[in-house]
Design a protein around this ligand. Sequence first.
Ligand SMILES: NC(=O)c1ccc[n+]([C@@H]2O[C@H](COP(=O)([O-])OP(=O)(O)OC[C@H]3O[C@@H](n4cnc5c(N)ncnc54)[C@H](O)[C@@H]3O)[C@@H](O)[C@H]2O)c1
Length: 418
Amino acid sequence: MQQKTTSRLSKLIKSKKAKVGIVGMGYVGSALAEAVKSGGFSILGFDIDSEKVAKINSLGKKNFQATENIKRLEECDVIAICVPTPVDEYNRPNFSILTKAASGIAANLKKGQLVILESSVAPQTTRNLLYPILASGSQLKGSDFFLAFSPERVDPGNGKFNVTNTPKVVSGIDEASLKLATLFYSSFVEKVYPVSSLEAAEMTKVLENVFRLVNISLINEINQFTKSIGIDIWEVIGAASTKPFGFLAHYPGPGAGGDCIPVLPYHLLDAAAKTKVNLKVVEAAAAVNEAQPQKVAQKAVEVINGKFVKNGHNPNVLLVGVSYKEETADIRQSPALKIWKELEKSGMNVSYHDPYVQNINGYTSKKLTSKTVREHDLIIITTAHKKIPYRTLVRSKKPLIDTKNTLSKYRQPHIIRL
Ligand SMILES: NC(=O)c1ccc[n+]([C@@H]2O[C@H](COP(=O)([O-])OP(=O)(O)OC[C@H]3O[C@@H](n4cnc5c(N)ncnc54)[C@H](O)[C@@H]3O)[C@@H](O)[C@H]2O)c1
């Protein structure tokens, strides 16, 4: 039975006749859809957001449609899950979205379908959370469907690397699932890297994200010390980077944001707590990252109260860049928004400019003109988008906290680095 269905799906994948369902047409689902399309497959995107569904269908593409009707997943041969896996207010993994999506898939699961989880999760989530929902909710035997995990590594705003030219780590719950998932991704990804277990693939993604968080927090912490004795951390990083091996430069900033780097370490901490392993470095990195926006806000208070700004009114602060990352509009877990909250707590009036984010919470992005700069007491560069007219900021001589060292070539007293 297993052998027979494997060869059926393999033939469908090889001939590009397999229909691919993508559950969750957000950032990851859309990037995956582009890549799958380039492989010549037809796609059915499923999302609970009717606007997203309507937008895709308005394109009128025969081989790329979207639906809110989960029953239609039975038309698909391969189903990729790309729904969010956030943490709650206590930084505990919140699997309610994944569980809901999985139950919907289970209710419509057909023999011989391949389900692939692409959402970021800690080891054992695919096996212990997703598999039981699919198996019990579908009335199918485990061997009647295939299950794989392949983490999405897409880097928003990266003009060079996308889904097709970033190596894809693939795993399966059994040999057949691994074989089919490898075959599927090999149809549109240049390099596929199979690993021996679901857990190894899940841990790969976790390790990549934790590695980033630890290094970002490390450099932000080291910067506190170097600053205290008058060493320029940027000069030190430049010098350390001349070492041709064993050093990877990370830079100070307002903290890591987005739905992956600051979030996945908490998934790991939760998983490690269950096996009673204490991950002190990861815990510390997460804590340093949580505190970083507050450090920037403290700096703003120092500047406002210092020689640069005359007191007497609630200071006006302009945040330049509010998305969590350069060249994207994504504001999830953005340090800029945390800084914003802290500034307001200190009695400051905050407004912002971001060429990618037109509105947030009733505020509209201000045009960055000399007049806008004049109307503010302090500028804080929080996200260094290329499109920002930096010369306007430099010319104004307004106190400016440059959290990204974007204006490194200007050595002027009004430009203050972290
Ligand atoms: N954004 C990134 O850069 C990135 C990179 C790698 C991995 N990831 C991971 O990928 C996953 C998805 O992230 P994202 O950034 O694409 O999220 P997103 O919020 O952009 O998109 C998620 C989509 O899922 C939809 N959705 C929610 N519940 C649903 C349900 N029950 N059924 C169907 N659709 C549903 C939402 O409407 C939304 O369109 C997360 O686990 C994230 O950690 C994200």
